[in-house]
Ligand binder design. Structure first.
Ligand SMILES: Nc1nc2c(ncn2[C@@H]2O[C@H](COP(=O)(O)OP(=O)(O)OP(=O)(O)O)[C@@H](O)[C@H]2O)c(=O)[nH]1
Ligand SMILES: [Mg+2]
Length: 410
């Protein structure tokens, strides 16, 4: 019996190691299947998927009082500041102690709204110990104007402690409005570059080397530097954490949706393998029951990742003031905007034609050798592989349609 392979969660692990672990695990599963040891195959796959789900991420957001930290926390989680799950914002609401905000759709991701160094009156090193810096994957320092001496000291200390950090210059909409009013020949791109350079030079003068500064506006995350911030964070994280971050990001453009789709696509083979190991059990009815149970969980995860679950859609309708029925009108996939139930999954499975299942055999066979594996298992593998691939395509199109609908009214 093969021993289950676990996903290591240390941040030093690289892409190659993860790929080697995955290949070894797939080999173990294949061997178990060929020996008709379906219990082992299922347990290795299950363990891997569970470990993947449990990878946690903690992001620390800090900066001066009023800089826009709490607003940034909410924007990052894709929720409105008036939402009951939101970090309180406003001119008088001061973040006084580290406050965790679990991501509403991905409970393993937590954004920490941290009081600014100035608010706590601690020196930078003591401040970091006070907020338990070890638990953070990275920090974001937010400022609504030039970064202060406190911000620079904190940045140096964060780097000394071996942690990543990014600078966010917030309220860019305000700054552009101000510039428009005061400049005779206003040029947007030029003004943005001036703000960016001013922040970078200010930090360098205070001894921060190669600071990465991103210009952000809370209501227009798709503009300015938020997309670049997403790409940079993602690029600098280890592979297994990268997937966690991507799924938790707000859908601000097509490229975010495409990245989410790729993360989900890379996991399809494991669900198909789970289905295959259940199909090899010679008890009538076991396979289909196992498939439905697997699919309910997977489809719910897809909906949460794309923000197409019922709650997200309702909240989106309230925030954007687009009637819920108008949002629903652009959705094509049967499960979009719904609670996924066993009945719904059965309905969706019934719409799968035999021809399409055969097509899946071609693609699916890249991952599993059919030789030595019972026919039922191979068929089950292919049908689930195809079903999830095509549902994923439909859901990503729905997510893009929602994005277009929202941008149309802006
Ligand atoms: N126009 C505009 N206003 C913003 C932006 N970000 C934050 N604000 C506003 O700035 C004010 C302060 O924002 P908060 O998020 O509460 O700031 P904070 O850093 O959490 O403040 P403390 O909790 O007091 O430390 C609020 O009224 C926000 O609505 C932005 O990008 N654009
Ligand atoms: Mg706050």
């Amino acid at each position: 019996m093969s021993s289950p392979t676990s996903v290591s969660t240390t941040s030093t692990e690289g892409t190659d190691l993860k790929m080697a672990e995955e290949s070894k695990m797939i080999e173990d599963i294949k061997k178990a299947m060929e020996n008709n040891d379906t219990d082992s195959a299922a347990s290795i796959t299950n363990k891997y998927l569970e470990d993947t789900k449990n990878i946690s991420m903690n992001i620390g957001i800090t900066g001066k009082s009023g800089a826009g930290k709490s607003t940034f926390v909410n924007a990052f989680m894709g929720i409105d500041c008036k939402d009951e799950r939101a970090a309180p914002t406003g001119v008088v609401e001061t973040t006084m102690k580290p406050e965790p905000y679990p991501h509403p759709r991905h409970q393993n991701v937590t954004l920490w709204d941290l009081p600014g160094v100035g608010t706590t009156k601690f020196p930078a090193d003591e401040y970091l110990r006070h907020v338990e810096f070890e638990k953070f994957d990275f920090f974001i320092i937010v400022s609504a104007d030039r970064f202060s001496e406190d911000d620079a000291k904190l940045a140096k200390e964060i780097k000394n402690m071996g942690k990543k950090l990014y600078f966010v210059r917030s309220k860019i909409d305000h700054s552009l409005e101000d510039a428009k009013r005061s400049q005779r020949e206003f040029e947007k791109e030029k003004t943005l570059q001036v703000i960016r350079n001013d922040c970078i030079q200010g930090l360098e003068k205070q001894g921060v080397t190669s600071p990465q500064v991103f210009l952000v506006s809370r209501d227009e995350l798709h503009l300015y530097d938020f997309p670049a911030l997403q790409d940079t964070m993602e690029r600098e994280l280890p592979q297994h954490k990268r997937d966690v971050l991507i799924l938790a990001l707000p859908n601000i453009c097509k490229s975010t949706i495409d990245k989410k789709k790729e993360v989900f696509r890379s996991r399809i083979k494991y669900f198909a393998l789970l289905s295959a190991s259940a199909a090899a059990v010679p008890i009538p009815g076991v396979s289909i029951a196992a498939d439905v149970a697997i699919l309910v969980g997977v489809l719910q995860e897809y909906l949460l990742g794309f923000g197409l679950d019922k709650t997200s859609l309702e909240k989106m309708s309230t925030t954007t003031k687009i009637p819920l029925e108008d949002l629903r009108a652009v959705l094509k996939c049967l499960c979009s905007g719904k609670n996924v139930t066993k009945e719904l999954v059965v309905l969706m499975l019934q719409s799968v034609s035999a021809v399409m299942v055969c097509k899946a055999a071609e693609e699916g066979s890249r991952w599993i050798p059919f030789l030595g594996i019972p026919i039922a298992a191979a068929l089950s593998y292919c049908s689930i592989y195809w079903f999830l691939s095509s549902t994923l395509n439909s859901l990503s199109v729905d997510a893009e349609n929602i994005l277009t609908k929202i941008w149309d009214i802006k």
